[in-house]
Design a protein. Structure first.
Length: 313
């Protein structure tokens, strides 16, 4: 079977998480519009920088920051609760031109984790900072801290209470945000940000800040941002494997992304999805979950958003 890209001539794509997402019959027009607008706003933020000659790194940072500020998505403002009623956030960013990368994990007072991740990439010799060290680094480099109250929302608290109730069936929802882009120089970049999973153990870190698992970018292969069952994406080195299958296996981006998401990761017991783009603008967005919130923007300015489980693949 030959797998074709989901779209061509894409310059930026975003995702808002995989899992049992919106069901058309149960979603009000207002809620549908809010999700589509959220994805479109992120795409436009990235597009504005790309059209002005900005880098792909600038674009993915801007897009992810918009999603972090939108409480509909599980990143930044909309982050879920840990089992002890707190919020712990992770993010990463990677530049395809030279494989530079930065990430932070387990931060509790950083409003926009993607900004801190980029600072790690550009101002340190490290790739990943976590916990108190990451918090201190962010403040020293000009990011104003927020209190945990900033991340509080009633909807996320209700989800925590439901997750703690053994009478309520568990929902397979892996809410993460991410972006991938290609700029006018053909340079790729990817970024991913998350508030974790509802009711997770304090100190748990998923794939989002792990380069090669939840995020990867290499100019001669692809830029990838993942969303799914983080532990399995780490074990399967999901994003890096897609890149390696293109580089060493001779597969197309669509073939490699499908193989990892639809075959390899389910064989390890996990589900989820990715968004991926190459230098020619070929876009792939496979997901083994019923739905994945995502969208993309083409060179000619067309925006496509997919929010329902039955939206065309």
């Amino acid at each position: 079977m030959t797998y074709q890209p989901d779209a061509h001539n894409v310059i930026i794509a975003v995702h808002g998480g995989a899992g049992n997402k919106l069901i058309r019959e149960e979603t009000t027009p207002e809620l549908e519009k809010a999700h589509r607008d959220g994805l479109a706003d992120a795409l436009r933020a990235g597009e504005q920088l790309l059209r002005a000659g900005g880098s792909s790194v600038d674009a993915v940072e801007a897009a992810v920051r918009v999603l972090e500020d939108n409480e509909l998505f599980n990143a930044g403002k909309g982050s879920v609760f840990t089992e002890d009623g707190g919020h712990e956030l992770d993010a990463s960013i990677m530049r395809g031109a030279d494989l530079a990368a930065g990430a932070i994990a387990g931060v509790r007072n950083v409003r926009n984790p993607v900004l801190a991740a980029r600072l790690v990439m550009e101002r340190t010799s490290h790739v990943l900072l976590c916990g108190d060290g990451a918090e201190s680094f962010a403040v020293r480099n000009g990011l104003r801290p927020v209190t945990q109250d900033y991340f509080w929302t009633q909807r996320r608290l209700d989800q925590l209470n439901e997750a703690k109730d053994p009478q309520i069936p568990e929902r397979a929802e892996y809410s993460t945000v991410g972006a991938v882009a290609v700029d006018r120089d053909g340079d790729l970049a990817a970024a991913t940000s998350t508030g974790g999973t509802t009711n997770q153990m304090s100190g748990r870190v998923g794939d989002s800040p792990i380069i090669g698992a939840g995020t990867y970018a290499r100019n001669d292969t692809a830029a990838i941002s993942a969303t799914g069952q983080g532990e399995v994406f780490i074990r399967g080195a999901a994003a890096g494997t897609i890149s390696a299958m293109v580089e060493f296996g001779g597969l197309s981006l669509a073939e490699a992304a499908f193989d990892v998401v639809m075959r390899r990761l389910p064989a390890l017991g996990g589900t989820g999805g990715v968004i991926a783009i190459d230098r020619q603008g070929a876009f792939a967005g496979p997901h083994s979950t019923p739905g994945m919130l995502h969208g993309y923007l083409t060179m000619d300015g067309e925006i496509v958003t997919k929010v329902f489980t039955d939206d065309p693949r």
